[in-house]
Design a protein around this ligand. Structure first.
Ligand code: MSP
Length: 675
């Protein structure tokens, strides 16, 4: 059986997940699901990157150990992946003991092979980026990457002799056109490698400066550079988290590996090398250069494809905490439906290019492609089978050129999808499938089953038309399932197939399953609610969730209602949606020295944050501690009396000068969205 191994980057635990994290993870999920129903032996890995200075600092700010900080933050990722229907086979954390052992074994092996050297190094260090720069790299004395100030360091460190592999890396990229994709990114990497001399890579940090990392096995005074540690995750996971190995207890890389892969004895030859490492464009160089040369030095095969995708802006602007426009994927999915969100991300923009996210664009897509095209096709086809044939799919009688055409388009899909998803080109794959959606709708218009139903002489023709539309839906449910697993499984069930053929996820032969004519006449279908309800921008406020909306209709949208006199300073739902309100539990409170008004609060909003609130006249620190309040979480941080405030607490005040903080009416946990 052929294997397929796909990875996402491992995400830093000092941030909460945003649309960028969701994007790569859903992409990997689509590929994993697709390969599974093709019958491939799939390993889909995601996880978290937990070492390094930034994590150490973030933990110190919260008064936690780095591990305790990471243990809490990692749950944000796990719960989001659950919500978004992510089917990862494993979740790696770089603090996992077997991963640490693998990193140490690989370092030891490189050290013994003479691939690592100790040197005294003088240069410039950018703390936020955790990267060293030489004098000539700096731009006006600042970090060339982020523009922030750097500071001079002189210290002993270990260097991986990366420069040795310069020529071999260029040759590998040149001779493997699919190694870096898309092609434009491949050309960029090649251009950079041809125009610059590759240096050696500093892969340690002295413990005197940073202690939160993996101890270097041959020198206890050092920890491993976080990127060296992180990249190894792709390999170490194959040794202790890959499907048939998950139950391996008491992992010891040198003793218990079933398939010792090379001299270090770590990892598993069954899944390595990875088929697709999916990464954002900003971390392509670390993968293409550091990871590739590390593997070369270890005599290990290189991954088959590094795919660098583009970045999302939000409403035309770069996404940033200070602009307060960071998109929370969980909130979007809750409001518009997980599958609508998944579909939008991959239909809107070619994978590889940058894209712009806006609620308006998403609603436009959902309404036109999902509610109108696909949803409508499903509801019309199922309705007619129920109305004209009591819900039982009739057997086709006479097939004409029209049916032949649909059959051909449907049967061509497996090959087209295989090609589109190989790169992967998700947008093209969806366009391929949408040809069948459009054809299905056109077929219904052209054959006018409602007219055939009026004439008993056309009964056979009507049977053929109804069978053809139902069979079209069956093919669509399978081919779109990797993209929209929840709603396509629902469609599958409405087609009466769940009982017989089980779940789509259990399929193992995609090409066979998609073959025309597998839907057995007599199968009982049912209508159900709209698969993708139309989202009405104007009523968005009142709509709790799309699933509870009115069913899809084919009629024109209702005429605009005469609006009530608009209040002043109207904001759109988009603008409102940008304000992130969450419940927060006040854990600690104290007066800000020299201020009568301000309290400094430590608030748990799913993560700990410091909020400075002007409520000291109305609440003592003792009174406020333990209360659950509402916090504006995405307000740009500000300093009040020299103390940083990361958010604002909501309170109401009246003309008499009374003030009351706003609290939920019933007990509810901290960190929940207020909307
Ligand atoms: N920990 C490293 C990766 C190590 S992999 C061995 C890291 N982590 S991260 O948490 O910063 O994750 C970043 C991922 O999110 C990257 O792939 C990055 O490109 C992606 N994105 C961050 N912002 C993004 C957008 N606005 N749009 C799309 N993706 C973006 O880097």
């Amino acid at each position: 059986m052929s294997k397929y191994y796909v990875t996402t980057p491992i995400y830093y635990v000092n941030d909460i997940p945003h649309i960028g994290h969701a994007y790569t993870t859903i992409a990997a999920d689509i590929l994993a699901r697709y390969h599974r129903i093709c019958g491939h032996d799939v390993f889909f890995l995601t996880g978290t990157d937990e070492h390094g200075q930034k994590v150490e600092e973030a933990a110190a700010k919260r008064g936690l150990t780095p591990k305790a900080h990471a243990d809490g933050m990692v749950e944000n990722f796990r719960s989001l992946w659950k919500k978004l229907g992510i089917s990862n086979d494993a979740f790696i954390r770089t603090t996992d003991e077997p991963h640490i052992k693998t990193v140490q074994a690989l370092l030891q092996s490189l050290w013994e092979k003479g691939e690592i050297e100790k040197r005294t190094w003088r240069g410039w260090y950018c703390t936020p980026d955790e990267r060293f720069w030489t004098e000539k790299d700096l731009v006006e004395g600042n970090c060339p990457d982020c523009g922030r100030p750097v500071h001079e360091v002189e210290e002993e460190n270990y260097f991986f002799l990366m420069s040795k592999y310069h020529e071999r890396l260029v040759a590998h990229i040149e001779s493997h056109p699919g190694f870096i994709l898309p092609e434009s990114r491949r050309n960029e990497v090649l251009g950079f490698l041809r125009s610059q001399t590759l240096g050696d890579l500093c892969i340690t940090r002295p413990k005197s400066r940073l202690s939160w990392g993996i101890t270097v096995p041959f020198d206890e005074a050092f920890v491993t550079y976080v990127w060296f540690d992180a990249l190894v995750n792709y390999f170490s996971a194959t040794g202790y988290l890959a499907p048939s190995l998950v139950s391996t207890e008491g992992f010891s890389p040198l003793l218990t590996m079933r398939t010792p892969f090379h001299e270090t004895g770590c990892g598993s030859g069954r899944f390595w090398p990875a088929d697709h490492h999916l990464v954002g464009k900003d971390i392509l160089t670390t993968h293409a250069v550091y990871w590739s040369t590390m593997l070369m030095a270890l005599d290990m095969p290189l991954p088959k494809t590094l795919f660098a995708h583009g970045w999302w802006t939000v409403d035309g602007k770069k996404m940033s905490k200070s602009l307060g426009n960071v998109v929370d994927p969980g909130a979007v999915a809750e409001k518009f439906g997980v599958d609508a969100f998944r579909y939008f991300l991959f239909r809107e923009v070619p994978f590889g290019l940058d894209g712009d996210f806006s609620i308006a664009a998403m609603i436009g897509r959902v309404n036109s492609d999902l509610a109108n095209d696909l949803g409508n096709l499903a509801s019309r086809a199922l309705n007619m089978i129920v109305r004209y044939r009591g819900g039982a799919v009739p057997a086709p009688v006479v097939e004409t050129e029209r049916e032949e055409h649909i059959r051909q388009v449907a049967e061509a899909l497996p090959a087209r999808l295989a090609e589109s998803l190989a790169a992967p080109r998700f947008q093209r794959a969806l366009e391929d499938v949408w040809e069948l959606v459009s054809l299905g709708n056109k077929y219904i218009e052209d054959t006018a089953p409602w007219a055939l139903a009026k004439n008993p002489a056309d009964a056979g023709r009507l049977d053929t038309v109804l069978y053809t539309t139902a069979e079209t839906l069956r093919v669509l449910a399978i081919t779109l399932w990797p993209f929209m697993p929840g709603s396509m499984q629902t469609l599958w069930e409405r087609l009466g197939l769940a009982g017989k053929a089980g779940n789509i996820s259990a399929m193992k032969n995609f090409d066979e399953e998609v073959k025309w004519g597998r839907l057995a006449p007599g199968t009982k279908v049912f209508k159900g609610d709209a698969l993708f309800p139309r989202i009405d921008m104007e009523n968005l406020n009142e709509q709790a969730a799309p699933k509870e909306n009115a069913p899809v209709t084919t009629s024109e949208p209702p005429p605009e209602k005469t609006p009530a006199t608009p209040p002043e300073n109207v904001i759109t739902i988009d603008e409102f949606a940008r304000v992130q309100l969450k419940t927060g539990k006040i854990i600690e409170a104290e007066r800000v020295p020299k201020s009568n008004k301000l309290l400094r609060l430590q608030v748990d909003t799913g993560e700990m944050r410091q909020v400075v609130a002007g409520i000291a006249k109305w609440y003592t620190p003792e009174e406020i501690v333990g209360k659950t309040v509402v916090i504006v979480c995405n307000l740009a941080p500000a300093k009040l009396m020299g103390v940083e405030s990361q958010g604002m607490i909501l309170a109401a005040s009246d003309a008499e000068g009374n003030l009351a903080v706003i609290s939920p009416e019933k007990p509810i946990g901290a960190g929940n969205r207020v909307k």
